[in-house]
Design a binder for this molecule. Sequence first.
Ligand SMILES: C[S@@+](CC[C@H](N)C(=O)[O-])C[C@H]1O[C@@H](n2cnc3c(N)ncnc32)[C@H](O)[C@@H]1O
Length: 219
Amino acid sequence: MERLPEPELMDDPAQALAYARADFSEPHEAFVRHFRERFPGHAPARALDLGCGPADVTCRFARAYPHTAVLGVDGAPAMIEIGREAVKRAGLARRVALVAGRLPGADLPAGAFDTVISNSLLHHLADPAVLWGAIRLYAAPRAAVFVMDLLRPASSAHARRLVDQYAAGETEILRRDFHNSLLAAFTVDEIRTQLDETDLPFTVDVVSDRHVAIHGRAP
Ligand SMILES: C[S@@+](CC[C@H](N)C(=O)[O-])C[C@H]1O[C@@H](n2cnc3c(N)ncnc32)[C@H](O)[C@@H]1O
C-alpha cells in the first residue's frame, strides 16, 4: 500500500485534546523500556524529545531518569499548552520544559543533547529527512538516539483491524487519526533507505505488530 501522508501538526484543539486523553500507557511505557534496554548504563544529563505532543512520553522518560533535564519541542501550540499542564501536574516542572517550535528550524542549541528521543513524529513529516536532520543538528557526538514510530500495514483493511484492536474504546477523532497515522507511516525498508540517505548508522527493529524502533549513537 502506498503511503498516504497526513497533516504534520496536530494543532486543532479538539484533536490535540483527544490525543492527550487517549490511553497510550502500554506503548509509552514500552518506549522507555526499549530505550533502557538499548542503552544500559546510559545516564542522560540533557535529553531532547522531538515532537513531544502532550508530553506523556516526555514525563515518563523524566520519571525513569530522575537526574535528567528534558526539553520537549513541538510545532503545535495546542499540544504545548496541554503538555505544560501535564508537566505541572506530574510535579516535573523543575526538570522538564516544553517549547513551541516547528522542525526544521526550531530555535534549539545545536549539538547540546546527550540523548535525543522521539515518539510518533516520523510518520507526521511530509519529508522524513526533517527528523534525521534534526537529530544530526541537535545531538551531541555519541548521543543516545531512540526513535519509535508506527509501521504502515499492508492494506487499509489491516489498518482498520489495528484501530479496532487497539483503539476500540477511544473517541472517533482519535480512531480517525490513528487510522490516518497508520496509512502515513513508513515501512522498515523505507526507514532503512532514509537512514542510508542521511548516513546515520542506526539499527531498525520491529518491536510490536504496529511499532518500529530505531536506535544508535549519533555521529
Ligand atoms: C502523534 S503526535 C506524538 C506526540 C508525542 N511524541 C507522543 O508520543 O505522544 C506527533 C506530534 O508531532 C508534532 N509535529 C508534527 N510535525 C512537526 C514538525 N514539523 N515540527 C515539530 N512538531 C511536529 C505534532 O504537532 C504532534 O504533536
